[in-house]
Design a binder for this molecule. Structure first.
Ligand SMILES: NC(=O)C1=CN([C@@H]2O[C@H](COP(=O)(O)OP(=O)(O)OC[C@H]3O[C@@H](n4cnc5c(N)ncnc54)[C@H](O)[C@@H]3O)[C@@H](O)[C@H]2O)C=CC1
Ligand SMILES: O=C(O)C1=N[C@H](C(=O)O)C[C@H](O)C1
Length: 269
């Protein structure tokens, strides 16, 4: 039992944090060794099982990531960009696999992750589900097959509490479409339209974001031309798909050399 990889969950009281705690506790391939929250969080010092409304599990929530990571073989992190950059440096020091689900990372954050990836394994993806990562590959293939007479639009819908847009998944899909078309997303991306925008620019890749209620995560990639349209769609109805993917990544990373990996690597797609 004690030989199983020890996992620390950061942001343990969050929507994904709680789902991850449940997933690790239910697993016979890993054990929960730590839960981290930010200073001031109401769950600090409490047993995570009790804080989540169940039986005690023997792991208290702490705001000391360094101490928690020292006991871990992997850190699963769905928090915020600033926290993730801090955790990447600490996970690298502890030589723990750092699984990053956090979205909204800017180029400056990514540069810091690249530094950490010289010292430890990082697995990062804006979406950890099998379905979305398959959709990424399908999007690339369809974009490769079609020319710029086919307009590409990515639509995403999420719950009212989501703070970043377009979603990390939408950007993964946009990147795949751009790669298939032989351009970069930076040059093709149109993420906001309002007022007299003029006609659509040929070859651009558009993004639209809906926020409302408790939508877990919905993504469409639309390829539209004169007289016909292809729609590739993924609907997430339960956050366990992300948590299961993240745990798979944490276990997969145990025997890998330091570097920056993604879920396509983990899933072998
Ligand atoms: N890659 C994927 O498959 C998925 C990614 N996400 C992403 O995960 C992130 C979190 O999403 P949710 O769980 O819905 O948000 P949330 O707001 O419910 O949870 C975030 C948690 O992180 C904690 N946190 C923030 N800063 C911290 C710090 N410095 N130290 C410790 N804890 C800290 C917060 O207190 C909070 O409990 C978002 O970026 C979201 O887009 C969400 C679902 C799936
Ligand atoms: O914030 C969320 O909830 C989600 N975030 C990820 C994203 O930005 O794509 C993944 C999933 O769609 C849920």
């Amino acid at each position: 039992m004690t030989d199983l990889p020890g996992i620390v969950i950061t942001g343990a009281s969050g929507r994904m944090g709680q789902m991850l705690v449940r997933t690790v506790l239910a697993s016979d391939k890993a054990r929960l060794v730590g839960c981290v929250e930010r200073a001031g969080n109401a769950w600090l010092g409490r047993d995570i099982g009790e804080a989540m409304g169940g039986a005690a599990v023997g792991v208290s929530v702490t705001d000391d990531p360094l101490e928690a990571f020292a006991k871990a073989q992997a850190v699963i992190d769905f928090t915020s960009p600033a926290a993730t950059v801090e955790f990447a440096a600490l996970a690298a020091q502890a030589r723990a696999v750092h699984v990053i689900g956090t979205t909204g990372l800017e180029p400056a954050h990514l540069e810091k992750l690249d530094w950490a990836a010289h010292h430890a394994v990082i697995v990062r993806a804006g979406n950890m589900s099998l379905g979305v990562n398959l959709l990424v590959q399908l999007t690339k293939k369809v974009a490769e097959a079609l020319d710029a007479d086919w307009d590409i639009e990515v639509l995403e819908a999420h719950h009212r509490m989501k703070v970043d847009a377009p979603s990390g998944t939408a950007l993964m899909l946009g990147d795949a479409a751009a790669e298939g078309r032989g351009v970069t997303l930076d040059e093709a991306k149109v993420a906001a339209r309002d007022g007299i925008t003029g006609a659509r620019e040929r070859g651009s890749i558009g993004f639209s974001s809906i926020r409302g209620g408790d939508i877990v995560g919905e993504h469409d990639v639309i390829f539209a031309t004169e007289g016909e349209r292809i729609v590739l769609r993924h609907l997430a109805t339960d956050r366990t798909i992300f948590a299961r993917g993240a745990l798979k990544a944490a276990l997969w990373g145990q025997d890998k050399i330091p570097g920056h990996y993604n879920m396509i690597d983990v899933l072998g797609l």
